[in-house]
Design a protein around this ligand. Structure first.
Ligand code: NAG
Ligand code: NAG
Ligand code: NAG
Ligand code: NAG
Ligand code: NAG
Ligand code: NAG
Ligand code: NAG
Ligand code: NAG
Ligand code: NAG
Ligand code: NAG
Ligand code: NAG
Ligand code: NAG
Length: 839
């Protein structure tokens, strides 16, 4: 390098060659789509292919039409558009994970037969909201192009257009293009207060300003990453404060840390410097003012290159973002050891205090030899907020309505349930594609209702409008499988005194639950399916199938069923003490002791652990809550209600995808976001149960102040402070061994971890709860209150974990039926359950 500098000609050739090699960046994923077009469109030297012809693109359109224009438009990509009358998506196969540009082009083509100008729409990816409630009616301009940088972490990217309020949505062109990993960082320096900010790689960015300071407009032809850089003058606070300078781009010497992908040399070859502002003081700032959304934080990248100085260390200046000093006394040549060498720096900033603007200023430093300042390029990108949105406070989940995904043309149902703290609308649209592709007749959204033993209407299930063919109901034959005792309807009538209302235990969405007494005096719980419920039959069958395969001391056992006269009746063992919840709050029942509570939690944990690990196929309960944990006459806890159960992931999957079901307040946030069901979703719900047991209040209580509404959030804030005793049941205060409480709190905290991978297994939870019980039972003098490890303290015996409760046979073969027949039935049942879509 040094030798080359001695020979300028060689240097220039070298730089040219080097630039040449960098310029050859070819994106692995490179989708350029002209939507609704009938022919290839060339724009900025790039060929946009019609969406209908692109080979590796999957289009899922509810009902679309095409708009086109032959009037003159600034770019041919605006000549056509695809117009969506329903929720529609493009799905891009992604070969290289990582950041991608996602560029969208919109033009409300006039006189196209559709009123595109008043189209009201939202645009989302799998994880991020890009545009929400957008309409050209509120937009100042005719054309709109948007650029986003999305880190794609799976091998597809789905872009969904949502027409709002019975309106339409449309799009003219789409680009999905890979970005080299090093271009956008994970970390930047946050200002006010100054601190490192990391985690950017998991967030979405939207380019709002990208300026070539003091230079001309650069477009995709001039930038290897297809970016547009505009001139800065219109953002200058005082026009005359700046003067532009430029040099031959060929003299720009890229160091190792900066490449033409960071910014083209054309950006570094021009700059704004201090002009003669006609001000009495020579010491002033050049300031640019940008309109921003004050509800977002912004990523700000500043590009510098000293292209004017004659010698090193003469130009020293300050950079301010808003009123915060971002780079004090910046001497470029001391960093780069040379002139004309690019340098850039990344920051994270909010808008200036109480305003909708963000300002960037450069001004001379007092110690400098020359009173001047420079800046070559500026990029300002909006960072997605906590709702994973770049436009407003709504998440993808709340914008995409739930879909039954039965077939492509089925009406999309907006299932929106407004809770005190959550507005949820749920869908797995991207999943629908997978489903639609994998299976011609997807049953993923199979409508079924939970049937809580002790009815609790808080259970919420997404219901499909597609009705179950009633014909199939009568075809279900239960006779061939061993499903426990078959009751005659008359026996049920006798047992329940003709469904005497005084014996009613509860009412659920499915039907009613009565207490009954069999001829031999055994008490039972009789769950009578509502025969009007169209969805019920499948549910009924699932529950019988599930329960008859599962026998465990901590699961409520099925005794038999009755399907006579199109009745759907299930007979369970009777749980004398009813649901756990009624022993916690809302009734006059005596308060449970800490030891009783621990034992109940341990029992329930054992039941769940058995569900997760005891059968060949893991079973996820999906609706763990205090009303589904029942207590028998000896206060032994048993898990009930498998109406929502589905089998867990098999070996080739890591999760089961399914529409979100479950009860508010208990719902795993990750499951809610991604609709990926794992055993860890049950662990989360169980964590909520643990907090409920400790604090004796409902999981959700909308009446309370906002921060207290959700027990998981509320209790966790106290747990994190180590002050869980402040919110625990007042009946327990002073009666709990602190070490036991600590262990219990830590266990609940781990269960409530945001991400499933960070949560313990039910086996670990069980272990920790047993440990908490040991701590309670053993004298506190022996304890080490500081202990927070999960390791076993020597000397404290722990009961061994029994994943399989061998005292009860797993499959009830008591009736001595033909084993082959049973096996066949079992495998058929499980093959249906293993593949939730194949039903
Ligand atoms: C459109 O462009 C694609 C990709 O460049 C090319 O394969 C295709 O042949 C073109 N189609 C027409 C009709 O020119
Ligand atoms: C598509 O929408 C148009 C206009 O609303 C309607 O006339 C047509 O029947 C729809 N087609 C389908 C397949 O839904
Ligand atoms: C657009 O082109 C079509 C046929 O190519 C023609 O009939 C129509 O008048 C043109 N419209 C305008 C606005 O030029
Ligand atoms: C959506 O936009 C429409 C039209 O601009 C406006 O009337 C409405 O209030 C907006 N809705 C929301 C939720 O922001
Ligand atoms: C629209 O833009 C023009 C020029 O850019 C500006 O003068 C006008 O105030 C803007 N109108 C609105 C409603 O923002
Ligand atoms: C939705 O449309 C109706 C009439 O079609 C209108 O009254 C209402 O204001 C619209 N709502 C929004 C949010 O645009
Ligand atoms: C994208 O996200 C993944 C997972 O969060 C991360 O490992 C990767 O480094 C990110 N890539 C980029 C280019 O930010
Ligand atoms: C950008 O590229 C176009 C097309 O190659 C060219 O005409 C234009 O001069 C370039 N701009 C600059 C500033 O070099
Ligand atoms: C500042 O520059 C802009 C863009 O060149 C121009 O429109 C505006 O009139 C100028 N203002 C002043 C005060 O010179
Ligand atoms: C800053 O430097 C530029 C380029 O050399 C020059 O045009 C400008 O007058 C200087 N500004 C001041 C205040 O000296
Ligand atoms: C430049 O702006 C910063 C931040 O607003 C301010 O603290 C500083 O005093 C300004 N310098 C001059 C010379 O006005
Ligand atoms: C920012 O958020 C507040 C409260 O959510 C809202 O009232 C305001 O309209 C938002 N501002 C913008 C510019 O969206």
């Amino acid at each position: 390098m040094k030798e080359m500098k001695l020979v300028p000609l060689v240097l220039i050739v070298f730089l040219f060659v080097r630039h040449g090699t960098f310029a050859l960046f070819t994106p692995v994923d490179n989708y350029l789509i002209a939507c609704g077009s009938s022919k290839n469109v060339t724009f900025q030297d790039r060929i946009f292919v019609p969406d209908s012809e692109h080979s590796s693109l999957v289009l899922k359109i509810d009902n679309s039409s095409i708009a086109s224009s032959n009037s003159s438009v600034p770019s041919p990509i605006y000549q056509s558009a695809r117009v969506f009358l329903g929720i529609s998506s493009y799905k891009f196969g992604i070969e290289q994970k990582g950041r991608h540009w996602l560029r969208l082009y919109f033009y409300a083509i006039p006189k196209s037969g559709q009123n595109l100008k008043s189209a009201l729409m939202s645009v989302v990816t799998d994880d991020f909201v890009l545009l929400n409630n957008f309409t050209f009616n509120n937009y100042n301009g005719s054309y709109m192009s948007k650029e986003y940088a999305i880190n794609v972490t799976s091998n597809t990217l789905t872009l969904t257009f949502i027409p709002l309020n019975n309106s339409i949505a449309f799009i003219n062109a789409i680009e999905v293009v890979s970005i080299p990993d090093e271009v956008l960082p994970d970390q930047a320096l946050a200002l006010n207060p100054t601190a490192p900010f990391s985690g950017l790689s998991e967030l979405a960015l939207e380019t709002v300003y990208r300026l070539n300071m003091g230079g001309p407009l650069l477009t995709a032809q001039n930038d290897t990453l297809g970016r547009t850089w505009e001139n800065d003058v219109k953002y200058l606070h005082v026009n005359s404060s700046a003067v532009n300078v430029s040099v031959n781009p060929a003299i720009i010497k890229y160091p190792i840390s900066v490449t033409p992908e960071t910014a083209p040399n054309l950006v570094y070859a021009s700059a704004e410097m201090m002009g003669n502002a006609n001000v009495p003081v020579v010491n002033f700032n050049i300031t640019w003012v940008f309109t921003v959304d004050r509800n977002f934080t912004y990523f700000v990248r500043v590009h510098f290159c000293d292209i004017v100085s004659m010698s090193l260390n003469t130009l020293v200046f300050n950079l301010f973002i808003n009123d915060d000093t971002a780079l004090p006394s910046l001497d470029l040549s001391s960093i780069t050891n040379d002139l004309s060498v690019p340098y850039y720096k990344d920051f994270v900033s909010n808008s200036s205090v109480d305003s909708d603007t963000l300002t960037v200023s450069v001004g001379p430093d007092t110690v400098a030899e020359t009173t001047n300042a420079t800046i070559n390029g500026l990029e300002i990108m909006k960072i997605s907020n906590k709702f994973r949105s770049l436009d407003g406070p709504l998440s993808v989940e709340s914008l995409l309505p739930s879909s039954p995904s039965k077939n492509i043309n089925v009406g999309i149902i907006v299932g929106s349930i407004v809770g005190a703290v959550v507005v949820m609308v749920v869908i797995g649209l991207c999943y629908c594609f997978l489903v639609a592709r994998k299976s011609k007749t997807p049953q993923q959204g199979h409508p079924w209702l939970p049937l809580p033993l002790y009815g609790n209407s808080q259970t919420m299930t997404k219901m499909s409008t597609t009705s179950q063919k009633s014909g199939t109901a009568s075809c279900i034959s239960l006779a061939s499988s061993n499903l426990g005792r078959l009751f005659m309807f008359q026996e049920i009538l006798d047992a329940t005194n003709k469904f005497d209302e005084s014996l009613l235990l509860g009412v659920g969405g499915f039907g009613r639950v009565y207490k009954g007494t069999l001829e031999d005096g055994t008490n039972v719980a009789v769950k009578r399916g509502n025969s009007r419920s169209e969805q019920g039959i499948a549910e009924f069958r699932t529950e019988i199938e599930m329960l008859s395969k599962l026998r465990h001391r901590h699961l409520v056992s099925l005794i038999g069923y009755c399907d006579e006269r199109s009745e759907m009746i299930l007979v369970y063992e009777y749980m004398a003490n009813g649901p756990l919840r009624s022993h916690l709050y809302g009734t006059d029942l005596p308060s449970l002791s800490w030891k009783q509570r621990l034992e109940i939690c341990i029992g329930a944990a054992r039941g769940l652990h058995y569900l997760h690990t005891g059968a060949a196929q893991s079973i996820i309960h999906r609706d763990v809550k205090t009303t589904n944990i029942l207590l028998d006459e000896n206060f032994v806890a048993k898990v009930a209600d498998f109406g929502l159960s589905k089998t867990g992931p098999s070996l080739d999957q890591t999760h089961v995808s399914t529409a979100v079901k479950g009860s508010f307040g208990y719902l795993d946030p990750e499951y809610f976001r991604r609709q990926q069901l794992t055993e860890k979703s049950d662990v989360y719900s169980f964590g909520v149960v643990l907090m409920e047991v400790l604090c004796t209040r409902p999981a959700l209580n909308p009446v309370l102040p906002r921060e207290q509404v959700n027990i998981a959030e509320w209790a966790m804030t106290w747990q994190k402070k180590g002050m869980l005793d402040q919110v625990m049941d007042s009946n327990l205060v002073g009666k709990v061994n602190p070490a036991s409480l600590k262990k219990f709190g830590e266990t609940a905290e781990k269960c409530l971890a945001e991400h499933g991978v960070d949560r313990p297994s039910m086996g670990d939870v069980l272990w920790n709860l047993e440990y908490a019980l040991q701590l309670e039972e053993t004298s506190s003098a022996l304890m080490e209150p500081e202990d927070n490890s999960t390791n076993h303290i020597p000397g404290i015996p722990l009961t061994p974990l029994e994943p399989f409760d061998n005292s009860v046979s797993m499959i009830d073969g008591g009736n001595g039926t033909d084993e082959d027949g049973e096996d066949a039935a079992t495998s058929a049942v499980f093959s249906q359950l293993v593949n939730p879509r194949g039903r």
